[in-house]
Design a protein around this ligand. Structure first.
Ligand code: F0G
Length: 467
């Protein structure tokens, strides 16, 4: 039968050259970086899969949009275009621009969360949880159990477990829950989607309890793609329609537009309630900038408005998630343990199963990320016990079940050949996995420690035994 492969719905107009490095270069670089891939210089990296955040390629339309920047301090026309685009594609009536996602999280948490309250969510995200805690709240994980199991093949591992939500209400009372925070395509679970059915039920649950529903919409288009592909009755709907419905089921949203919306910097807080908008306008001027630019230049708001329209294109999203799936299935076919099903933005290596000899106290995922860089110049990110941080009251490590290395694919940046080289790098590390040593802290920052922590290798004899 004739075969019809699909390919990316774009062609390349400009290239950025990458410096190739030797093994000696990389040994020096990772030592100087304290075995933390966040502290490597980008010049020392061959294929950069640290994050999909702000690392995507803008289209010619977006670059052209930069020339249309209206850099007026107040009332820039690009703000109005952004606001109208958010309403048209995402349904939210009011938009407050911020410099990036965490700027929106800060304003949201300061307005809605107060001392002694609880914020349930479908798994934590690092900056989101910290802002809730800084505002006096406690995050409560209400995601289904399957999300914590890398081998579970559940199609919607981002779903909420209503028994967990009910138990929380029973324990603390609905009055102590300012909102439920729901992420589309849950990052820390491996880029796993929530189903439309689960979200519709959650809307009803929130209505019954009179609790707000807030949406971390950083990767909403990728979530919509999985709904279209996997959820009964959704196959004939466009990504744009599904994205719109997801958003309209929620009351407000925080957005890091550095991901789905394909700009290098920017974000927003959006909502439907005029009173909430007024409060957000009052706070944004303290932390970000006037309410018509937040932390963004006019030109960046223009590029973002264009990026939003491109992000919901069916062909774009198929190629984007398709590339991630290609890398994932190359690894699965060779027996590499990865989080299943393959997520929307990244392939997550299961460091526990790759480095069976290392106890979690010696940071298997951090060690694996350093080893992969050393082998092939591929930069990845730890998403395990280091990222989970410490409990703010007891000071003990949070000990997550998932101990993962994230190979995150920036949008529209790398080719299939880059994916092949990455897969070969992982195979090569797997072959000598039992030789990889663990790590221990030489410097541990108090908050969001994974960004700037430094480590040193620990020889086997010094390893704390696995519990
Ligand atoms: N929410 C989610 C789900 C995210 O993945 C991120 C950022 C944020 C909020 C915060 O947004 O970075 O614009 O301030 N994730 C990046 C990552 C850093 O690499 O996963 P931000």
């Amino acid at each position: 039968m004739a075969r019809h492969s699909w390919a990316e719905p774009y062609k390349i107009k400009m290239v950025e050259l990458i410096r190739m490095t030797s093994r000696e270069d990389r040994e020096r670089a990772i030592r100087e970086a304290g075995y933390n891939t966040f502290l490597l210089r980008s010049e020392d990296v061959y294929i950069d899969l640290l994050t999909d955040s702000g690392a995507g390629a803008m289209s010619d339309q977006q670059w052209a949009g930069l020339m249309l920047g209206d850099e007026a301090y107040a009332g820039s026309r690009n703000f109005y275009r952004l606001r109208d685009t958010v309403e048209e594609y995402y349904s939210y009536r009011y938009t407050v621009p911020t410099h990036q996602g965490r700027g929106a999280e800060n304003i949201l948490s300061q307005i809605l969360v107060s001392d002694g309250q609880y914020v349930p969510g479908n798994m934590y995200f690092t900056t989101t949880r910290l802002h809730q805690e800084l505002a006096g709240g406690t995050f409560v994980d209400v995601i289904i159990d399957e999300a914590h199991d890398p081998e579970s093949q559940h199609p919607f591992k981002g779903n909420v477990d209503f028994a967990k939500l009910d138990a929380l209400v029973e324990r603390v009372g609905a009055a102590k829950i300012p909102y439920v925070c729901i992420a589309t395509c849950v990052n820390m679970a491996g880029g796993q989607p929530i189903s439309l059915e689960n979200l519709r039920q959650l809307r009803k649950w929130c209505n019954r309890q009179h609790i707000m529903l807030v949406h971390d919409m950083t990767r909403v288009a990728e979530n919509a793609y999985f709904i279209q592909q996997r959820e009964p009755g959704q196959q004939d709907r466009s990504i744009r329609e599904i994205v719109y419905e997801i958003c309209s089921l929620t009351d407000a949203a925080t957005m890091s537009s550095k991901k789905d919306a394909m700009v290098n910097i920017g974000g927003f807080l959006a909502m439907n309630d005029p009173g909430f908008y007024e409060q957000a306008c009052a706070l944004v001027v303290v932390y970000e900038g006037l309410h018509t630019y937040g932390g963004m230049a006019g030109r960046d708001m223009e590029a973002l408005a264009i990026g939003i329209t491109e992000s919901v294109d069916d062909d774009h999203i198929q190629a984007r998630v398709g590339q991630v799936k290609y890398l994932g299935h190359r690894l699965i076919d060779s027996g590499v343990p990865v989080v299943r099903p393959i997520g929307g933005h990244a392939v997550f290596l299961d460091a526990r199963r790759i480095l069976r000899h290392l106890p979690q106290a010696h940071f298997p995922a951090q060690s694996l990320a350093a080893a992969l860089y050393l082998d092939s110049g591929v930069r990845s990110m730890e998403r395990g016990i280091v990222s989970a941080g410490r409990d703010s009251t007891t000071g003990e490590h949070h000990v997550p079940e998932l101990e993962l290395v994230r190979l995150t694919i920036p949008r529209r940046v790398y080719t299939q050949a880059h994916m092949d080289v990455t897969a070969e790098g992982v195979f090569s590390v797997m072959e000598r996995a039992d030789k990889i040593e663990g790590l221990r802290f030489t410097y541990e920052p108090r908050m969001l420690r994974f960004f700037q922590a430094r480590f040193e290798p620990v020889s086997y004899s010094d390893c704390i035994p696995a519990q």
